[in-house]
Design a protein around this ligand. Sequence first.
Ligand SMILES: Cc1cc2nc3c(=O)[nH]c(=O)nc-3n(C[C@H](O)[C@H](O)[C@H](O)COP(=O)(O)OP(=O)(O)OC[C@H]3O[C@@H](n4cnc5c(N)ncnc54)[C@H](O)[C@@H]3O)c2cc1C
Length: 416
Amino acid sequence: MVGARMTSQQSDYDVIIVGAGPAGTTTAKCLLDQRPETRVLILDKAHQFPRQKPCGGYIGAEIFNAFPYLQGNEAYFVESESNHGILHSPDLRYQVGGRTRMLGVLRETFDAYLVGLAQQAGTQIGTRSRVIDVKSEQHQVKVELSDKRSLTAKVVVGADGAASIVGRRSGLHSGWQSHEICKTVVKEFTVEPEYILDQYGPDRPIHLFLQFNQIPGYAWVFPKAYQINVGLGCFADTPTRLIDYFRLLVRLLKEKEMLPESATLTGVEAGICPTVGPIGTTQRKRILLVGDAAGFVSPSTGAGIVPGMVSGKLAAQTLAEALDHQRFDDAFLHRYQIRWENTIGRFNTELMIQRIFLTRWCNLFIRIGEHDEGIRKFVAATQTKDPRGYYGRETNIFELLLRVFWALIKGPFGRL
Ligand SMILES: Cc1cc2nc3c(=O)[nH]c(=O)nc-3n(C[C@H](O)[C@H](O)[C@H](O)COP(=O)(O)OP(=O)(O)OC[C@H]3O[C@@H](n4cnc5c(N)ncnc54)[C@H](O)[C@@H]3O)c2cc1C
């Protein structure tokens, strides 16, 4: 049982975080690392942790630069490593690959590990706690739950994912339009580890099939240690039944011997993923949004785990300062917005990459890339690094266009 009210004047908690995904738990841990006396509660509708979450489960190894406390603990949450990424052209005739270092995780394990870190830091976790409303009052925020409980906090963080109720009820976001999100289907196929090693080799390359079967999106194949994660996503306003395309994808992968013949479609899960970058304003009236709730997802790859965690870390810095100064007004909490705009940014480069991946010139782009080292490096960067160079060198779109132009006029053009 969480949340006995202390006095009528005092809020039940300093901070209530709605959602115990990577963004929420990272907010809690980073806040408590900075300010251990803070009273933090995370509420999640899940019945327990570990819990399942539809996901590809691939993260750039650069996560350790942003979160050094994860370094050395890989054994708790890393399933596998991939050292190669391959983009397939829409017509399936061309491929361009690049060296990269990606970590395969199972969300069940990874998220539960992050919950454990938040608890160790001093967070209380309330599971089976579905939040249905948040109301900003003058000195606190009231959080209402589906079981009729209501709790109060000085600040509330909405870390409740892409369909965020906190975002909608706070007025920070009215919800994603169908052209702003991707619908996805995914299945983690359990296979013999020997099969993965035989078919994919020790590098375990990850594969992206751009515009698979002409959908405005892509399909992915992420080989892990005991699983092959296969998924498909496209803009939600596309009138397609994704499961039909998933069936075609599985057939193709069987033909290419990237999935065993025994693989079935049972257990395919669906999810949504924001793909237009962050919302305009992420805080107001003592409420902040982090992670998918605020749109911190790469528009070109759909990767949101690390950007979501980074947004949580930045929110935590602002919350620690707000609690120290007892300042919760919009002007003070705007520090969070300044921090993420300077660190994560609005994914403008990745939005341009998304457009390249979706254009009809995509076949040509991959075809040129087969011959050009610079484009191969770019491919690796698009799959692992965030656009602002948070974990490494910034991907420069103009440099890329110059490379394409250069590759077109130099030798390979004659062979295309
Ligand atoms: C099919 C698919 C594949 C993906 N693949 C990748 C990938 O390979 N790599 C990558 O980096 N990203 C991937 N993503 C994106 C990634 O899953 C998200 O960006 C990431 O999970 C965001 O973390 P979060 O903490 O913001 O939200 P979530 O992980 O969604 O966590 C939100 C939490 O809030 C809880 N919650 C929701 N509503 C309420 C409520 N009303 N009350 C209480 N609790 C609530 C949920 O139970 C959940 O635990 C993928 C997404 C999809 C859909």
